[in-house]
Design a protein around this ligand. Sequence first.
Ligand code: PMP
Ligand code: GLU
Length: 397
Amino acid sequence: MEKLSARIKALSPSATIAMNQKGRDLKEKGVDVINLSVGEPDFNTPDHIKEAAKKAVDDNFSFYAPVPGYPSLRQAIADKLKRENNLDFAPAQIVVSTGAKHALANVIECLVEKGEEVIIPAPYWVSYAEQVKIAEGVNVFIETTVDAEFMMTPEQLRAAITPKTRALLLCSPSNPTGSVYTRDELRAIADVLAEYEDIFVISDEIYEHITFDGDHESIAQFENIRERVIIINGVSKAYAMTGYRIGYMAGPEWLAKACTKLQGQVTSGATSIAMQAALAAMTGDQSCLKEMKEAFLRRRDLVLNHVKDIDGVKCTTPGGAFYVFPDFSSYLGKSAGDRKINDSMDLSIYLLEVGHIATVPGSAFGAEGCVRISYANSDENLEKAMVRLKKALAALS
Ligand code: PMP
Ligand code: GLU
């Protein structure tokens, strides 16, 4: 007999992971698929980080680590927040988890009461809405459009706030749109929230090192809401360490304690060896950050040049992360033979099965009509993929 909880039945699978798997499956069948679905750097982890992981094995980092992470790593994160973001966090305010995804899940679980609302500007990263659902919170989406550069205005935020609002989930640079809020735009958001003492900001800054027009700005810099900002970050994107699964939260100490209690019952904390590697990443040579960023900028322009050339497609120029998020609405309703493209999922599947490029449908990010293209891939593959994209779209009528 199959018996699943209503909670898990209501949960949608991660579309980023599902499309990645579909791409892999087709590739295993011998099809030459170019995978632009899942968002992960295509670079190998830098050597000095790999060496630290190997050394951790040899040095017997094989025992349970402290649940919130090694003190040395929490200190390194506090130092990083001071050095790069000019933010004062004590190690006691930081909890290391199994990826930023897990850090986020902990925070949402600890903060959001059943029935409380979490405001999420759409398009949003797939896991936000589902994690709120697991916590039995209510998602309140704020629609933004390609014409508004996918940016939420302070007025939209104010209009979405109710007595039940517990948190705003902000992602800048954004996955999936690549939009980046400027300092002034963040200040305007902070000024709205300053009027509401019991609303928290969960600020996902995982793409902070991939910004193309100046340095990263954190909403935690504004004193009027400083105590209510929780930063989510990690080493996956910045240091090409997605598989190591190390992320963290930095926020009020009472929340850090709660996250520690929760993960003490669920995972016992992050992996010892991966934490040592993350320590090396955060304290070692930082030149890899610049090298990867330069490659991403070049690839963004490569992809944009092609996408902007396609008839009927609207696309912003992303200021960060490694995604473009074109609006292909004008292609919905078209057909190729007896295959009709009704929505972005149909389009994504068509691009995979006919064009042999894996993408993620916009519907998964709350933006029907769009498709997310990750350009964390080689220049050569991206060139090939863009030719395939144009050809597949041109075959629709
Ligand atoms: N936040 C955003 C916006 C992401 O795109 C991702 C994807 N990896 C994560 C959080 C989670 O990162 P990880 O769990 O690999 O640290
Ligand atoms: N965050 C990446 C993405 O959006 C990786 C997959 C995931 O963690 O869901 O594709």
